[in-house]
Design a protein around this ligand. Structure first.
Ligand SMILES: *Cc1c(COP(=O)(O)O)cnc(C)c1O
Length: 395
């Protein structure tokens, strides 16, 4: 079947929840994708910050194939070795103490919220606690995750959502303090806001929140689903600051394409939080995803991927600064490592469509931001090529 027929069938058969770009992607090699017509694209999106190792990493593929031959699924009624090894590596990379594997980012947030509520319930002997989340945040599409997502547009039709959620302004410590009460059990934020438009937490803000949390026995939950796993030049973005979350959510690049997420916590929280019967998942942390996570972490650590991101991220920063000087339509440049964004005064959707035509995959964030989240293994030549394409598109 040709691309057009596939697209027609998709538009007939799949629920229309996405306005998709009109290409059928078929295979990937290195940092390139190929569509069903054989057209080659340089990828600066990584399937939304997922495919951190690019495409076709031999070691990753071999690990998955071996696990397919071995065993895919057991349920969590039994132990399995790959996920135990994955947990050990994830603990080492994060400095957290306990891991629960999920099937997606949204589920990792759901689990994190439940863990925080249970912690406060155990401490106080009653329920009814509140959570503070940030305006402009994104935490996923399930009802719990949507309840803490600070984007009215995503929420409106699904109200009423989870009660007891208060929103504060990101990077405004006073606005968070205004929302704190005796009932507050957790403050949740992305270390770098992704979907909202690539906004890194300011140092005084995140460190001020961490201090506030310590003083009031409020749990700090950091959503590292997009900004974690090496993307900002450290394994987890909070490692750039003098903070440590009580609970952390991961997903996206955690499996590099295999659907897996996780929420992690410190022993202090774990000791007073979820116990048998409180939470579960049929698939979560099965041997297949375990093998993926274990291998991704192995490769990232051995190949020093975060260090590579620091240098190539700095190069991307310089080149985007240059682009900004040449094009007045670029009004702001933000980000860390290989998670950067440019605010444009021209429609970003149009720019990303034109880029696609020219063989460059670029996505947007918020309403006016061009988002750069390439595979973490890109090199300078790929940055140069991308910038050249944008130079030709931007007015
Ligand atoms: C993508 C994302 C999520 C949701 O992850 P899903 O796997 O799509 O459920 C949550 N938080 C952040 C910061 C994300 O970028």
């Amino acid at each position: 079947m040709d691309s057009l027929s596939y697209i027609q069938n998709a538009d007939r058969d799949l629920l229309h929840t996405y306005n998709r770009y009109g290409v059928v992607l078929e295979k990937g090699r290195d940092v390139y994708l190929f569509d069903a017509n054989g057209k080659k694209y340089l990828d600066f999106a990584s399937g939304i910050a997922v495919c951190a190792l690019g495409y076709g990493n031999e070691e990753y593929k071999a690990a998955l194939k071996e696990q397919v031959d071995q065993l895919l699924h057991t349920s969590n009624l039994y132990y399995n070795a790959p996920v135990i090894e994955a947990a050990e590596r994830l603990k080492k990379a994060s400095g957290m103490d306990r891991v629960f594997f999920t099937n997606s980012g949204a589920e990792a947030i759901e689990g994190a919220l439940k863990a925080a509520k249970k912690y406060a319930y155990t401490r106080d002997g009653h329920a009814g606690h509140e959570i503070i989340a940030m305006q402009g945040s994104f935490h996923g599409r399930t009802l719990g995750a949507l309840s803490v997502t600070g984007n009215p547009h995503y929420r409106e039709a699904f109200e009423p959502l989870l009660p007891g959620v208060r929103f504060a302004r990101f990077n405004d410590l006073e606005s968070v303090k205004e929302q704190v009460s005796e009932k507050t059990c957790a403050i949740l934020m992305e270390t770098v806001q992704g979907e909202g438009g690539i906004y890194p937490a300011q140092k005084e803000f995140i460190e001020g929140i961490a201090q506030l949390c310590r003083e009031r026995d409020i749990l700090l939950i950091l959503d590292e689903i997009q900004c974690g796993m090496g993307r900002t030049g450290r394994m987890f973005a909070w490692q750039h600051y003098d903070v440590k979350p009580d609970i952390m959510a991961s997903a996206k690049a955690l499996g590099c394409g295999v659907p897996v997420g996780a929420f992690l916590m410190t022993e202090r929280v774990a000791a007073r939080s979820l116990v048998p019967g409180d939470h579960g998942t049929t698939y979560g942390g099965n041997p297949f995803v375990g093998a993926a996570v274990r291998t991704v972490l192995e490769i990232m650590e051995r190949d020093k991927i975060p260090a590579h991101v620091q240098s190539i991220g700095a190069y991307l920063w310089e080149q985007l600064e240059g682009l900004m000087k040449r094009h007045d339509c670029i009004t702001a440049h933000r980000g860390m490592g290989l998670m950067q964004g440019l605010s444009l005064s021209v429609p970003v959707g149009e720019v990303s469509k034109q880029a696609l035509e020219k063989g460059l995959i670029l996505i947007t964030a918020g309403t006016d931001v061009l988002r750069f989240v390439p595979p973490l293994v890109i090199e300078e030549e790929h940055v140069d090529r991308m910038v050249k394409v944008l130079d030709g598109i931007l007015p």
